[in-house]
Design a protein around this ligand. Structure first.
Ligand SMILES: [Mn+2]
Length: 318
């Protein structure tokens, strides 16, 4: 499949790499990594990054691009770290001339627009891309290697969630040897601020337990988030505050946006939670998935938590 993706890249002078909604370090790292790989091989092509990226690493990598509307129709669109066109942050992806995809989420079969690589065993999209570089003897710059390390380190929660350790460590080693700045990546990811401490304090003192005591979860309504002065996405990304608590193999968060919609996140170190996310229009990985809700409906959330509870009971019986 990579050969087919490469053929597409060869065919277009203009290439736009798209990140998903609520971009994270894996998606942005994969965008920058792909751009560096493509430009190393084809220096005369124009490669642009769509979406909002991760501003706090712009100084370490570089910012996303402002792209005029008319550029899309002559460009190849590459999707990284997401299932299909509907998941991408910049919806102008629909206007592209052609598409290709590299992803590690459970394949929903909804991407039919072009060649793709999906490896659900990879802990991050950046892990897959690092593998492509090594296996195909591609060039990677220092910035590109740093970007890929950023995705690998963040999506694996500092190498906690890894399926194939020898392979991932080998790829990380390769990237460090290519000049990837692992030290600064760790510094960036560990840096925190008082606002974040306040949210963490709130989560630790307000989390709830499911009826059958298998699930820890937190509900963050928009009033609370406003009071804490943090965005819904920032708070959602702190879900692992509730991770690894003895007796609770599943943890979840429900955070309300300004417009009343809700972001749900489910995590597990026991049963797969992806089917529950998928059943309400979401998806992701087997043990780390999310879904959108139209509104903050406490009754509905209670039912969802009951289902997660039942899931653990089923799993414990096995
Ligand atoms: Mn990812």
């Amino acid at each position: 499949m990579f050969k087919q993706i490469l053929e597409k890249i060869e065919k277009y002078d203009s290439i736009i790499i798209f990140g998903h909604l609520n971009p994270d370090c894996d998606c942005f790292g994969a965008q920058v990594g792909m751009k560096e790989i493509i430009l190393s091989r084809y220096p005369n092509k124009t490669v642009l990054l769509a979406g909002s990226g991760i501003p706090y690493v712009f100084d370490l990598l570089y910012p996303v691009d402002e792209i005029a509307d008319d550029v899309f129709k002559k460009s190849l669109g590459i999707l990284v770290d997401a299932n299909d066109l509907s998941r991408m942050e910049d919806s102008r992806i629909y206007n592209c001339a052609d598409w290709a995809k590299i992803d590690h989420h459970i394949d929903t079969g909804t991407f039919k627009e072009g060649p793709y690589i999906v490896d659900t065993n990879a802990n991050s999209a950046c892990d897959i891309i690092a593998g492509l570089v090594m296996d195909n003897d591609l060039k990677i710059t220092k910035v590109g290697a740093t970007a890929l390390l950023l995705g690998i380190v963040s999506d694996s929660a500092r190498f906690q969630f890894v399926t194939n350790y020898p392979q991932t460590f080998e790829r990380a080693k390769y990237l460090v040897e290519k000049g990837g700045d692992i030290k600064t990546v760790y510094d960036k990811l560990s840096k925190t601020n008082e606002k974040t401490l306040a949210v963490k304090g709130y989560v630790l003192s307000h989390y709830k337990k499911s009826k059958k005591n298998h699930v820890l979860y937190i509900i963050l309504d928009k009033r609370t988030l406003k009071h804490l002065r943090v965005s819904t996405n920032h708070a959602s990304n702190l879900i692992n505050m509730l991770a690894n608590v003895e007796g609770y193999p599943i943890w979840a968060s429900f955070a309300e946006y300004e417009d009343g919609k809700v972001r749900c996140e489910f995590r597990s170190n026991g049963p797969a939670v992806q089917p529950i996310a998928a059943s309400i229009g979401g998806g992701g990985h087997s043990q780390a998935s999310g879904a959108p809700l139209k509104k903050l409906d406490y009754k509905f959330i209670e039912k969802l938590v009951d289902r997660l509870d039942d899931l653990v009971e089923e799993w414990e019986k096995k």
